[in-house]
Write a protein that binds this ligand. Structure first.
Ligand SMILES: [Zn+2]
Ligand SMILES: [Zn+2]
Length: 231
């Protein structure tokens, strides 16, 4: 697999998962098929998708550029073989654990630093009743700093072994799908039963109450540091 294919594959994973996010958002906003699973009863603002669109697109382009160019540049450190599924699975899990820890402290700081909360993080919190693609709705500075955890996770893997390209793609796909889902305001039966995974309710409460539940992927960081939102 050439350098160009690695970068193209990364871009396609991100385009595909965000296309899914777009369809999911339309179904949540424009139809009633998921209504029974909604967490909040509040209705969405008129023309909300159109209002969000410019920043969605801007952050999506940043994401494509950083991830596409990043995977192109680190090509020499990437293993493109279909190595053991154990190695791929462990790399994905490790990257998620590191990324989630980064996101926890970064996100908590965005709330505890009143300047950052008022001028940067308040943009993401315009969504009090989120819909799937609102995971993309954040100040571009927050959006870019939020990606650092992914870089740290894969840099740490690189100390021990090459980064597997399938682990990189699987991580990108699952991270995006999970982010899309936790902003859906929906409690779907299957996802509500996966242990340790942060459920939609976890992040939805963060959006509606503006306190606690700072982690994104797993729920253990909030448990360890006692920041789980309590009613
Ligand atoms: Zn927040
Ligand atoms: Zn959010």
């Amino acid at each position: 697999m050439t350098r160009e294919w690695v970068a193209l594959g990364t871009v396609l994973v991100l385009v595909g998962s965000n296309l899914f996010g777009l369809i999911y958002s339309m179904l949540v906003l424009k139809t009633n098929i998921f209504k029974a699973f909604r967490i909040q009863s509040k209705s969405y603002q008129d023309a909300i998708f159109r209002k969000r669109m410019p920043l969605f697109l801007f952050n999506f382009i940043i994401l494509l550029f950083v991830a596409g160019a990043g995977s192109y540049l680190i090509y020499d450190s990437i293993d493109t073989s279909l190595t053991s599924l154990w190695i791929i699975g462990l790399q994905v899990l490790f990257a998620f654990v590191v990324d989630d820890a980064w996101f926890y402290f970064f996100h908590r700081w965005l709330h505890e630093n009143k300047f950052m909360l008022r001028h940067i993080h308040s943009i993401h919190h315009r969504a009090t009743t989120p819909f799937p693609l609102e995971y993309l709705y954040a100040h571009p500075l927050e959006w870019m700093l939020g990606m650092i955890g992914v870089g740290i996770g894969f840099a740490l893997i690189l100390i021990v072994m090459p980064i597997n390209v399938y682990a990189l793609w699987a991580f990108g796909l699952l991270r995006n799908l999970h982010e899309i889902h936790i902003h859906s305001d929906l409690q779907l039966p299957f996802f509500s039963n996966v242990p340790f995974l942060s459920k939609t309710k976890h992040h939805d409460d963060h959006h509606s109450k503006l306190e606690g539940n700072y982690a994104s992927t797993f729920n253990w960081m909030d448990r360890i540091f006692k920041t789980t939102f309590k009613k």
